[in-house]
Design a protein around this ligand. Structure first.
Ligand code: ADP
Ligand code: MG
Length: 355
């Protein structure tokens, strides 16, 4: 029986939205903010980057740290959201096929990271997936897009068409009609920034949870590691298991988020195979990656989900500190060897070590 202690953090992917959809209520101001706690211990929940974000921090400056995190979330959304017309990403997308666009150094850094994951994943991770995301519009989809349109859009999905000029922090999209969507990596970048801020404000211990993507600073206040639950991909409200961790990020990509059942009874979900334009069908239904860097965990969870078990494991080996919990469509659970003594399966779940 899995007993999850009081301080557990749940990676439950609570909110279905991602891909930097507009945040509800954002137009009317920052929306409801809940900053609670006494000096030394504070929690904050707010919306941002298309999802619900919660943080908890401990330390003398905890409240200031959380206020800084909220401001950072708003800054990143203004910079990175493809739904904010003057964001760097919107300007880049509008200039596709037309020339270079100057970017904030942080946008440039994130695009460079995305490019690295595009290359090392053999194209499984590709932020130029955007035209297809628009076609599928998973946030309110119930119908399949036209097959001809998918085929027509496919040549635009080509990460090689994103060119980067590090000397001038500029980027360009080579083909007119190309566009980028940071939904598969942006929340990771935000999480890394929040943890940096918590360190700057000298918090001893903290977590941040972006719609189920969890990053941890230090241990729990009692000195024990945090417990991060991984959602059961097929039974709502249940856990698959939990991981004991500190100072790292735990990010899950699953086929049960932002999905719909088509008229053919098939589940269509929001992680697309850039090679086909259709939802990835690699055999994996949930991929959790644990890494010190949330950017790495976010991009790799998406990439491994697309690549499948065999190629995904090869990809993970390029990243020294990355571990994973993978679930295939037969509900076989694979746990990387190094993680075996930190992973506890929920009742009725068995798992196998993998390297
Ligand atoms: P979530 O956003 O639910 O945490 P992921 O991190 O796996 O899940 O990201 C999925 C999002 O990434 C999609 O909503 C879309 O914005 C984008 N995306 C979809 N397919 C790909 C892909 N093959 N490569 C890169 N980004 C993708
Ligand atoms: Mg991701």
């Amino acid at each position: 029986m899995l007993r999850v202690p009081f301080c557990a953090v749940y990676a439950t992917n609570r909110t279905p939205e991602s891909g930097f959809l507009p945040t509800p209520g954002r137009q009317e101001g920052p929306g409801p903010v809940d900053l609670m706690g006494f000096t030394g211990n504070a929690t904050l929940t707010h919306s941002g980057m298309g999802t619900e974000i919660s943080h908890r921090a401990l330390g003398r400056n905890a409240r200031k740290a959380l206020r800084a995190a909220l401001a950072e979330s708003e800054r990143l959304e203004r910079l990175l959201s493809r739904f904010v017309p003057e964001s760097d990403i919107s300007r880049l997308n509008r200039s596709a096929g037309a020339g270079w666009v100057s970017l904030h150094p942080h946008t440039f850094m994130l695009l460079s990271a995305a490019d690295k994951f595009f290359k090392c994943s053999g194209g499984a991770f590709d932020i130029t997936i955007c035209p297809l995301m628009e076609l599928w519009h998973f946030h309110n989809a119930s119908m399949l897009p036209n097959k001809g349109k998918i085929i027509h859009m496919l040549p635009l999905v080509d990460g090689g068409g994103l060119q980067l000029d590090p000397a001038a922090n500029r980027a360009r999209l080579m083909k007119s009609g190309q566009s980028v969507d940071l939904g598969g990596i942006g929340k990771g970048y935000a999480a890394d920034r929040f943890i940096e801020l918590f360190k700057e404000y000298r918090c001893r211990s903290a977590w941040t949870n972006l719609g189920g993507n969890v990053s941890l600073l230090g241990n729990r206040p009692d000195g024990n590691p945090w417990t991060v639950g991984i959602r059961h991909p097929r039974v709502k409200g249940r856990l698959l298991g939990a991981i004991k961790a500190h100072d790292c990020s735990v990010v899950t990509s699953g086929d049960y988020e932002r999905c719909f059942t088509g008229p053919d009874g098939i589940l269509y979900h929001h992680i697309l195979n850039p090679a086909t334009g259709w939802p990835a069908d690699s055999g994996l239904i949930s991929v959790t990656v644990i890494s010190q860097s949330a950017v790495t965990a976010d991009a790799l969870s998406t990439a491994v989900f697309v690549a499948g078990l065999e190629k995904g494991m090869m990809l993970l080996q390029d990243f020294q500190d990355a571990d994973a919990v993978l679930v295939d469509r037969e509900m076989t659970v694979f746990v990387t060897e190094r993680l075996m003594d930190r992973f506890a399966a929920a009742e009725g779940i068995t798992f196998t070590a993998i390297r």
